[in-house]
Design a protein around this ligand. Structure first.
Ligand code: SAM
Length: 230
């Protein structure tokens, strides 16, 4: 049984896809999709030996060795040309790390049509990378599970270049249009955090910094969205 978070990532994997799940740990996601016959091939990439061995073990236990291939490699280096990967999933790490992984592998991205990304934090930096690298968001989800809030970004190759406004980059264009209760709760919490950070910077009487200005700009954006939501 997959977590709601991973099941939502999996729901956006096209039927018959050849996927690379980067940072796969136990390979739960590709194993689940292979068992459901939703994918025709998978690479489960891991940079750390322990999780790589977990993946190897899980795949053997489920007799999926023909379909799911564990690889010990850093980021997209797990992908080989003969894999003909068309879909990449990266879940359960920070946005900056997801962005770094995507940046390091332009050759491995060539045949890729869809990216499904689940940053634990820092989704904005991932959206920025997508729009700067020829991808466009086609859907987004936000969900709460076990006391955490998760965002899932689904992007395809852009037919025409896309740019996102500062609000769309921060909140996500689809999530912003929807303004679900989970979304509102997340940004109420983020607003309180940003306000506290500004207060601390002001109390410390440091010279106004770029950091302070960024926090203030974020507060203005969040207040705008929360007011709109009533
Ligand atoms: N994707 C699974 C999920 O969402 O449940 C596992 C998430 S786990 C918290 C993050 C995994 O990413 C860890 O097992 C870690 O070793 C792996 N990882 C971190 N940086 C990586 C990189 N550059 N390349 C491959 N795997 C990486």
């Amino acid at each position: 049984q997959l977590s709601k978070r991973l099941a939502t990532v999996g729901a956006f994997v096209p039927s018959g896809a050849r996927i690379a799940d980067i940072g796969s740990d136990h390979a739960y996601l590709p194993a689940h999709l292979a068992l459901k016959k939703q994918i025709s091939y998978a690479v489960a990439g891991e940079v750390v030996r322990g999780p790589y061995e977990n993946a190897h073990h899980e795949i053997q236990k489920l007799a999926l060795s023909e379909l799911v291939h564990p690889r010990l490699a850093d980021g997209l280096a797990a992908i080989e040309p003969d894999d003909h990967i068309d879909t990449i999933t990266i879940a359960g790490m920070g946005g900056p790390l997801i962005r770094q992984i995507l940046t390091q592998g332009p050759a491995q991205l060539v045949g890729v049509k869809r990216l499904i990304l689940q940053p634990n934090v820092g989704a904005a930096t991932v959206r920025e990378w997508l729009s700067q690298n020829g991808f466009e968001l086609v859907d987004e989800r936000i969900l709460a599970e076990d006391g955490h809030t998760y965002e899932i970004l689904v992007a395809d190759r852009a037919t025409t270049p896309v740019t996102y406004s500062p609000a769309e980059t921060l909140f996500g264009p689809f999530l912003l249009a929807e303004k679900s209760p989970v979304f509102i709760a997340k940004w109420q919490h983020e607003l309180a955090r940003a306000q506290q950070a500004v207060q601390q910077m002001q109390q410390a009487k440091v010279e106004p910094t770029a950091h302070l200005a960024a926090a203030q700009a974020k507060i203005t954006l969040i207040k705008g969205v929360l007011e709109d939501a009533g």
